[in-house]
Design a protein around this ligand. Structure first.
Ligand SMILES: [Zn+2]
Length: 416
């Protein structure tokens, strides 16, 4: 993910990125980016106006500049949404978050159960293994978790498949989530940050994709889907962290048993809207540059490094993303994703997945939230199919229509 979370292994990049992805054509990608640009920039401008007021108190004679943005934004954020992480952590204890949050949401949606198998030994003493069973008791597979950081372990959080579900060889899936929580002293509870909690739900969304797969071939199982689709189920799973049924079950003080104060929960909920104009604009700027570098005919590309800045500016200006206060998240000269990170012409995929995610989250909320019916529908049409059918066809089977962009705009507070 752009925010450094995730993810799920690293597929090779196909030669024609969009054709092998959900988007199908470069035009569909371009259309999405250009439709999102105007509301994103309009909101970034509104955020700038708000920050200029704060900035004038600090530097009355200097205009707000792009390099001041993060500093001023942090002042505004602290004023409005500050939650002391050290006060929050005692309410976010790993075992509760895992069993009463992550597993409880999966049980409510899919009826599946998790039983820890201490007799099954992982590759390290810290690996824990859970047997996953369907609502009727039928074994589904194994879920392994390796939560703690240790010397030599890769950083970040991710999901990987040790065994892909497939009917051809009659194999049940073994999937794994990794994270890098700091291990507490013996006998102490593992207390998490809010970001850690969202990451746990996110990675478990990938795990569910692997566990609930129902395909003939391993090569089409679970997360073996296009890049602009694979983050979609995991992003959807994040919604249950703040669910009014789930959060009160796990956000409980580990020592006193008190529920997390309602005002804090509300702050967690509303803080997701903060600076979405800025975040969306800087992301779209980078996604657009990635597209432009790969769409422009060779003989029209800059050949001299001196021409790069003008090339970038023209590209951004062509869709109204040339807003000096919010430059692209990555400029050409340090855009690793697109030139050596395997995301060439594919950096748009984060927002493509999020369009599907926002539409699905709105649909699930409108149709009752955490219910078996909602879960079964998502499982049958989406998770079970993996990459065995066209990804957008499985979305339409699930949803009964194409995704509506309005839900992403609304979620990011960009629809006003
Ligand atoms: Zn992910």
């Amino acid at each position: 993910m752009p925010n450094g979370r995730c993810c799920w292994g690293s597929p090779t990049t196909p030669p024609d990125v969009a054709a092998d992805a959900c988007a199908r054509t470069g035009e569909a990608v371009w259309d999405l980016l250009t439709r999102l640009a105007p509301p994103a920039v309009a909101n970034a401008r509104a955020e700038a106006a708000e920050m200029e007021e704060v900035w004038r108190r600090i530097e009355p004679d200097a205009p707000l500049a792009a390099w001041d943005w993060q500093f001023v934004a942090e002042l505004v954020r602290t004023e409005r949404y500050s939650l002391d992480a050290s006060l929050l952590r005692p309410y976010l204890e790993l075992e509760r978050v895992l069993h009463d949050g992550v597993f409880a949401a999966a049980n409510g949606l899919y009826g599946i159960t998790f039983t820890e198998r201490v007799d099954l030994i992982g590759y390290n003493d810290e690996v824990r293994v859970f047997e996953v069973k369907d609502a009727d008791g039928t074994p589904i597979g194994l879920f392994a978790a390796d939560f703690y950081t240790r010397p030599g372990k890769q950083g970040g959080a991710w999901m990987n498949n040790m065994v892909d579900q497939n009917h051809l060889l009659d194999q049940l899936p073994v999937v794994m989530n990794n994270s890098n929580l700091v291990k507490p002293p013996a006998g102490e509870p593992t207390l998490m940050t809010w970001d850690d909690v969202i990451t746990l739900f996110h990675e478990f969304g990938h795990a569910l994709h692997g566990l609930l797969s129902d395909t003939r071939y391993a090569s089409q199982s679970g997360t073996e889907t296009p890049r602009d689709f694979v983050e979609y189920p995991s992003q959807v799973n994040e919604m249950w962290a703040l669910d009014p049924e789930i959060l009160p079950k796990y956000a409980i003080h580990h020592a006193t048993g008190e529920p997390m104060p309602a005002a804090w929960v509300e702050t967690l909920r509303t803080s997701t809207l903060f600076q979405q104009g800025f975040k969306t604009t800087e992301y779209l700027g980078a996604a657009l540059l990635d597209q432009v570098w790969h769409r422009t005919p060779l003989d029209e590309l800059p050949t001299d490094p001196e021409q790069v800045e003008a090339f970038e500016h023209a590209a951004l200006a062509s869709v109204g993303l040339d807003y000096d206060l919010v430059p692209p998240r990555y400029r050409t000269t340090y855009f690793r994703h697109t030139f050596e990170g395997g995301y060439d012409a594919g950096y748009y995929s984060y927002i493509w997945s999020e369009v599907l995610d926002a539409d699905t989250a709105a649909f699930m909320t409108a149709s009752g939230g955490l219910t078996r019916e909602n879960g079964e529908r998502f499982r049958r049409h989406l998770l079970a199919k993996g990459g065995s059918v066209d990804a957008m066809d499985s979305f339409r089977d699930y949803r009964g229509q194409d995704p509506d962009l309005v839900h992403l705009l609304r979620r990011r507070g960009l629809d006003a």
